[in-house]
Design a binder for this molecule. Structure first.
Ligand SMILES: Nc1ncnc2c1ncn2[C@@H]1O[C@H](COP(=O)(O)OP(=O)(O)O)[C@@H](O)[C@H]1O
Ligand code: SF4
Ligand SMILES: [Mg+2]
Length: 411
């Protein structure tokens, strides 16, 4: 992730990606009162590692480890984090490419985690996926008409005689020439191919789309067009999105709510204001500093880039306590001993850090010690009474810990 990827030169001027998207489309608004279309609770996916010789399980890849969130009907949640954080696995669990190790995924009154493949079949229409790579996700030997028309035929949604007309309608919706239905994917540019992928996902009029880095493979100016298209589609068809990206700039406009993931866990989640102007987790702050145009747009100031050193550690043997501690600039003793609970610190803002605070204003004492029943270094404190029900809950409670006022806040 570099500054260069978020800037584009247009007519000799440097225009940021965020500006490009914002030129034609207002930022999507939070649907705070909408019912959830998807409620994910404590979702886990551990991939077994088997020894090649004896086929015994010798370890586990903890790709997703206790993730909870809500996607509102017709709304969009952004899921952001570096490569290897478990974003794609989360998306693939929702589309039930895998059966999760644990947790639940409530979708319209059914728990997707519990359904058999047969029970899932009718729901596959409602939950569609858009993939990152518009080159490998379209079969080069099939015409666009066949690619977009296949889901219509498989699910028997329109009479065969009407398939072509429906395909042409879909091509028009995504901004392609409807007469190009008999062309092959290699006759299209990357952005156009992604439009074909979107038309295919849209064919069955899904209620939820999981878009896994749908613009990461595209040029910045094309990225903005595709995001604007997704926003138009959302408005017109009232479809909800889980929008996965590795860059906070990409989801800023489209997602009024964002979850930041690190090594299988959500470390911060909140509405746009909380994440982009009031981030409290050092990891979110580091990701934000890589997209200075956003910070600048919000506060008018440019801030120093925080460079994250090293790679995301292996999810086979993640660090003890806080998984971010091996790269965290403010880690202390307690961070190795205890995993920080995901605390609600605002009306729509949760963060998992013992020293949560605005950049440069992190507290010296862990704010979680009393809750966990430990002292400042994380050793057991016989005088403290731990709060034992700090479970991962999707959504937000009506009360929260107000870190500024040091009191309980209320909605
Ligand atoms: N099928 C699988 N088997 C074993 N490990 C996997 C599998 N899929 C993903 N992983 C591992 O899970 C972790 C998370 O991967 P992924 O969900 O693709 O992350 P992201 O999309 O955030 O880059 C990575 O360490 C990856 O290697
Ligand atoms: S809990 Fe500790 S290691 Fe983790 S982000 Fe907070 S300060 Fe850093
Ligand atoms: Mg991925």
């Amino acid at each position: 992730m570099t500054d260069e990827t978020t800037d584009v030169v247009q007519d000799g001027e440097v225009t940021s990606f965020t500006e490009l998207v914002g030129q034609t489309h207002a930022a999507a608004e939070l649907k705070a009162d909408a019912e959830p279309i998807l409620t994910v609770e404590n979702l886990r996916m551990y991939f077994p590692i088997r020894s090649s010789l004896l086929k015994r399980t010798i370890g586990q890849v903890q790709a997703v480890d206790g993730v909870s969130f809500v996607v509102p009907k017709g709304g969009s949640l952004g899921l952001v984090g570096e490569s290897g954080c478990g974003k794609s696995t989360t998306g693939q669990l929702i589309t039930r490419l895998y059966k999760p190790t644990g947790g639940s995924m409530q979708f319209e009154g059914q728990d997707l985690a519990q359904l058999s493949n047969r029970q899932m079949r009718p729901l596959r229409r409602d939950i569609q996926m858009i993939f990152q790579d518009p080159y490998s996700s379209l079969n080069p030997r099939h015409t666009v008409g066949s690619i977009v028309g296949t889901p219509l035929r498989v699910h028997d949604v329109v009479p065969r005689s009407k398939t072509l007309a429906r395909v042409q309608e879909l091509l028009e919706v995504v901004g392609l020439n409807p007469e190009h239905y008999n062309r092959y994917p290699n006759e299209f540019s990357g952005g156009q191919r992604q439009r074909i992928g979107i038309a295919r996902a849209l064919a069955l009029q899904p209620k939820l789309m999981v878009a896994d880095e749908p613009v990461s493979a595209l040029d910045v100016s094309i990225q903005a067009q595709v995001i604007n298209l997704l926003q138009d589609i959302q408005k017109e068809f009232d479809v909800a999105f889980l929008f996965i990206a590795h860059d906070l700039a990409v989801v800023h406009h489209f997602c009024p709510e964002v979850a930041v993931m690190y090594l299988g866990k959500i470390v911060e989640i909140g509405d746009r204001e909380s994440i982009y102007s009031n981030a409290h987790h050092p990891y979110t702050q580091a990701l934000l500093s890589a997209v200075p145009d956003i910070k600048q747009a919000v506060t008018g100031e440019r801030r120093e880039r925080i460079r994250l050193t090293g790679e995301v550690p292996s999810p086979i043997d993640p660090p003890s306590g806080c998984r971010f501690r091996t790269r965290c600039p403010i880690a202390q003793e307690i961070c190795a001993r205890h995993e920080p609970p995901l605390l609600q610190i605002g009306k729509r803002h949760k963060v998992a850090c013992h020293f949560a605070g605005r950049l440069g204003e992190h507290p010296r004492e862990p704010l979680t010690a009393r809750l966990l029943g430990v002292d400042a270094s994380g050793q057991p404190d016989p005088g403290a009474s731990p709060v034992t029900d700090l479970v991962e809950q999707p959504g937000y409670a009506d009360t929260w810990f107000d870190l500024d006022q040091k009191t309980i806040g209320r909605a």
